[in-house]
Design a protein around this ligand. Structure first.
Ligand code: NAP
Length: 270
């Protein structure tokens, strides 16, 4: 399937690591040009050099997206360098565990880490996206639908992203800009591995999570998230907008009665 992404310009946030890195690499494999804004530099610079050696462009833009000026600069730098933006992927975020007990200041800071820059990136890239009739893909989280406890800021941010997905899809339909969100639930990344490795028995901790993932009893791969993001950004997805797409092996929506690792329900009788 030709996705028609050759030479398209993709601006991604947090494209150096984890899910973002997989998205960056998948767009590049499809022939796109990538601009990647990320806080830490090492991985982003390495990606830029790796792809430059192959004659491909993966521009690294250093910036902390909690500052809206970094969002504006990322958009401007991309336009100065490539002259257009065809796809915006809002991906950067962190489950920072800001809870009810942490207070309003911490809550606002969590929204800055996880929500405000999604809005700011779209705001600053709007004219360019109008010119290209581009696409926006946001990365959300299951927590907007499930709750998790102890993470009010992150949950509010991810709920807000779902809300803005529909809002923007309507706002921008006349401009033929499509807006979609992809939801990971349990996606295996180096950061996730690091967290699991902190538990007393990492193997058991991983197994416990895998047991409640219905499809294949395994984590989603970053590649599987990236494939959906790239498809939604492409010419093969021209009539899909305002949607929340769960790429989670059925984790969020399938009936726990049938999918919990500890149950004895005979699925053949259901
Ligand atoms: P990750 O491995 O930590 O990668 C996040 C990337 O974003 C890193 O490169 C990080 O750079 C960058 N970043 C974060 N905050 C930034 C900021 N303020 N300014 C600039 N760059 C920033 O995390 P991930 O698991 O791939 O998560 C990616 C997205 O998926 C997030 O929106 C997350 O909420 C969502 N998600 C993931 C899972 C999962 O299971 N992995 C589940 C649900 C939702 P630094 O290293 O410099 O911080």
């Amino acid at each position: 399937m030709d996705l028609g992404l050759d030479s398209k310009v993709v601006l991604i946030t947090g494209g150096s690591k984890g899910i973002g890195e997989a998205i960056t690499r998948t767009f590049l494999a499809e022939g796109a040009i990538v601009a990647n804004v990320n806080r830490s530099s090492t991985e982003g610079e390495a990606l830029e050099a790796e792809y430059a050696a192959q004659g491909k462009q993966c521009l690294f833009i250093q910036g902390d997206l909690t500052e809206v000026t970094a969002c504006q600069r990322a958009v401007q730098t991309t336009l100065d360098k490539f002259g257009r933006i065809d796809v915006l992927v809002n991906n950067a975020g962190v489950n920072d565990g800001v809870a009810l007990t942490d207070g309003p200041e911490a809550f606002v800071a969590s929204l800055q880490r996880n929500l405000i820059h999604y809005y700011a990136m779209v705001h600053y890239a709007l004219e360019a996206l109008r010119n290209s009739r581009g696409a926006i893909v946001n990365i959300g989280s299951k927590v907007a639908a499930t709750g998790q406890g102890g993470t009010s800021g992150y949950a509010a941010a991810k709920g807000g992203i779902n809300g803005m997905t529909r809002e923007w899809a309507l706002d921008l339909a006349a401009d033929k800009i499509r807006v979609n969100t992809v939801i990971p639930a349990e996606t295996w990344t180096p950061l996730y591995a690091e967290l699991i490795n902190q538990s007393e028995d990492p193997q058991a901790a991983k197994q416990q999570i895998e047991d409640i993932i219905p499809l294949g009893k395994r984590f989603t791969t970053s590649q599987e998230i990236a494939d959906m993001v790239v498809f939604l950004s492409s010419q093969r997805s021209l009539h899909t907008t305002g949607q929340i797409h769960y790429v989670d092996g059925g984790y969020t929506h399938l009936d726990r009665k049938y999918t919990s690792g500890s149950n004895n329900v005979d699925l053949s009788k259901s």
